[in-house]
Design a protein around this ligand. Structure first.
Ligand SMILES: Cc1ncc(COP(=O)(O)O)c(C=O)c1O
Length: 280
């Protein structure tokens, strides 16, 4: 929604991109991730006018930040109590950690609506929304909400997506990707500590972000407190050694089904070589 929180969730935010109108900003409240009390406060203040809460179950858009215990269940309880929808944005999460959505596999919550993209397209431009029949029936042609586009249901993208999901279902690479991801994350954090560098690699089932801080990152404020100049040095050091991680501290990296143990070893050797060039 490209709206950033102002000084707090209860104040009106500002747009974080040109082209987002004040009207759109005024319709959006932003609460910090993993902060159930901030969401509860928004409901106390704005009560019935909140239509829905949208959350990435495992946050990927500030680097990889897993949900705190009880956070998603708490959002489910709050939205249910106030008659608002819970929308899980699983554009990154869906089919990434296992052959389903994060909310179904690990979150222990049933959202009203879910958004999917990326993996389900197998590299082609495909996205989807789904959810409870009551809400899906609101969409045209059954309901009054018009939804259509040039590429809606595009046969090429759908064929690619189905083929990808077939392979994932058959080969189930998830446990292997998770093992490689956690070996990589533990390796990065350990090597950084040995070199006295404040780098903590957070990971969840094969998705990871090396955060340039020695504290856990639980929300955007924590992510923003990271040493981005150090991240840039790590990024360029790895790039010089043939490894291209995300070019921003606020993105995540993905172990893929094509990766193997030797790739993790190569990553960690390159990372260690980079650490040797950095002052502690
Ligand atoms: C979590 C998340 N939601 C939504 C989007 C946007 O999805 P789309 O590109 O299908 O509009 C992105 C980015 O690509 C994303 O990372």
């Amino acid at each position: 929604m490209l709206v950033k929180s102002g000084s707090g969730v209860l104040t009106m935010g500002a747009s974080s991109s040109a082209g987002v109108t004040p009207g759109a900003v005024a319709d959006t409240l932003v609460a910090p991730y993993n902060d159930l009390e901030a969401v509860a406060a928004a409901f106390r203040r704005h009560g019935k006018s909140i239509a829905a809460v949208i959350v990435e179950p495992v946050a990927g858009n500030m680097g990889l930040v897993p949900p705190a215990r009880g956070f998603l269940k708490g959002l489910r309880a709050l939205t249910a109590r106030h008659g608002a929808l819970l929308i899980c944005d699983e554009v990154i999460n869906g089919f990434r950690f296992g052959f389903s959505s994060y909310s179904a596999l690990y979150g222990g919550v049933t959202p009203d609506l879910i958004t999917l993209g990326k993996v389900i397209g197998g590299g082609l431009p495909l996205a989807a929304i789904g959810g409870k029949a009551k809400w899906m029936r609101q969409l045209a042609p059954d309901g009054p909400v018009y939804q259509a586009g040039t590429l809606s249901g595009n046969p090429l993208a759908v064929a690619a997506g189905l083929a990808t999901l077939d392979v994932l279902e058959r080969e189930q690479p998830y446990a292997r990707m998770a093992d490689l991801g956690s070996a990589l994350a533990v390796g990065v954090s350990t090597i950084a500590a040995e070199h006295g560098l404040p780098i903590t690699c957070q990971s969840f089932n094969g998705v990871f972000t090396p955060f340039c801080t020695d504290r856990p990152v639980t929300n955007l404020a924590d992510a923003k407190s990271c040493d981005t100049a150090l991240y840039a040095k790590v990024f360029h050091g790895l790039l010089d050694r043939g490894i291209y991680i995300a070019p921003s501290q606020f993105e995540c990296n993905f172990v893929s089904a094509a990766h193997a143990e030797r790739d993790v070893d190569a990553f960690l050797s390159a990372f260690e070589a980079v650490c040797r060039t950095l002052p502690a």
